[in-house]
Design a protein around this ligand. Structure first.
Ligand SMILES: Nc1nc2c(ncn2[C@@H]2O[C@H](COP(=O)(O)OP(=O)(O)O)[C@@H](O)[C@H]2O)c(=O)[nH]1
Ligand SMILES: [Mg+2]
Length: 312
């Protein structure tokens, strides 16, 4: 195929503007799920990520106050607007998984929730008169919070990470990383990365043939950084003329946005600035697609005329 350059300006180079205008009008939808034991700072991190009060967390005013628990899967939706771009953000908070004495199957409601959204979407797609734009409740990203204990993954973490990474984009983070020294954090991270490899966990971002060299290099950098050592906070302070989230400790102040202090900024730019659309696409084209084809194949098998078993 040869490419031709028109003699005069035709104007189809404006198609990107046209698409942009249409997309802006429609807005974007991101569904983010948080999983991890209660008290690991899930709600706080979500609020810090989007610089808004989205997830419900009071934080504790005193040390004797019990840590608040999320009793069941709850989702809250907010529309956030930034320079004309409307992002409808749904945060799905899961019950404090692993909080019980017996944590057998505690992941089931979480897995079921993700599959239910796939099945809901499939049903909407298959109706005779479907809406032009289906409301998308599929989980685009699961932020998995690992306890900063220095030991490594718990057997329960391994099971749950395995189950979740088969059906959704899973991004693990080391919670409350301000509680570890830099050396502890590095060795913990190395240990976790070795375990991810050992248990063959397929974590997001995935390699793709569509990536160019630059994208491939960036993905590699991100993969080496995972799990992100994060810190969240609902408190802010002005540092160098900029209001930033901070945590005050007796020994000093953690500036959440300082990359020398933690990897919060790397996580935020990865999730929001560079991979937001990829999370949505990967959910639709990889995870939902595999659910869809399994369901449709099963449907076909069930409806195929069965060979009658002759009994003598
Ligand atoms: N040291 C430290 N504490 C945190 C961090 N994030 C949250 N917290 C505190 O941990 C407690 C539980 O936080 P919350 O976000 O409600 O946890 P969730 O149960 O996982 O949603 C609160 O007192 C927070 O102030 C963090 O990054 N580091
Ligand atoms: Mg919470």
């Amino acid at each position: 195929m040869t490419s031709i350059e028109p003699k005069n300006y035709v104007g189809f180079d404006t198609i990107t503007r046209q698409i942009e205008r249409r997309l802006l009008k429609r807005g974007f939808q991101l569904n983010l799920m948080v999983v991890g034991q209660s008290g690991l700072g899930k709600s706080t991190l979500i609020n810090t990520l989007f610089a808004s009060q989205i997830a419900h967390s009071h934080g504790r005013k005193s040390a004797d106050e019990p840590v608040e628990r999320t009793p069941e899967i709850q989702s809250v939706t907010h529309t956030i607007v930034e320079n004309d771009v409307r992002l409808q953000l749904t945060v799905i908070d899961t019950p404090g998984y692993g909080d019980q004495m017996n944590n057998d199957k505690c992941w089931e409601p979480i897995v079921k929730y993700i599959k239910d959204q796939h099945s809901l979407y499939l049903r909407k797609e298959l109706t005779a008169q479907r809406d032009k734009y289906l409301n998308d409740t599929r989980v685009h990203c699961v932020l998995f919070f690992i306890q900063p204990n220095g030991h490594g993954l718990k057997p329960l973490d391994v099971v749950v990470l395995k189950k979740l990474s088969e059906i959704a984009n899973v991004v693990p983070v080391i919670a409350k990383s301000d509680t570890m020294t830099l050396a502890e954090r590095e060795s913990f991270k190395a240990k976790l990365q070795a375990e991810f490899a050992q248990y063959k966990l397929r974590l997001y971002p995935y390699a793709s043939d569509e990536y160019d060299v630059e994208e491939r290099e960036y993905t590699e950098t991100i993969r080496n950084m995972i799990p992100f050592a994060v810190v969240g906070s609902s408190e802010t302070a002005t540092i160098d003329g900029k209001e930033v989230p901070v945590r005050h400790h007796r020994w000093g102040t953690v500036n959440v946005e300082n990359t020398m202090h933690c990897e919060f900024v790397h996580l935020r730019s990865f999730l929001i600035t560079t991979h937001l659309q990829d999370l949505i696409d990967t959910t639709a084209h990889t995870h939902y697609e595999s659910f869809r084809s399994k369901q449709l194949l099963a449907l076909k098998e069930n409806s195929a005329p069965r060979k009658r078993v002759e009994s003598k």
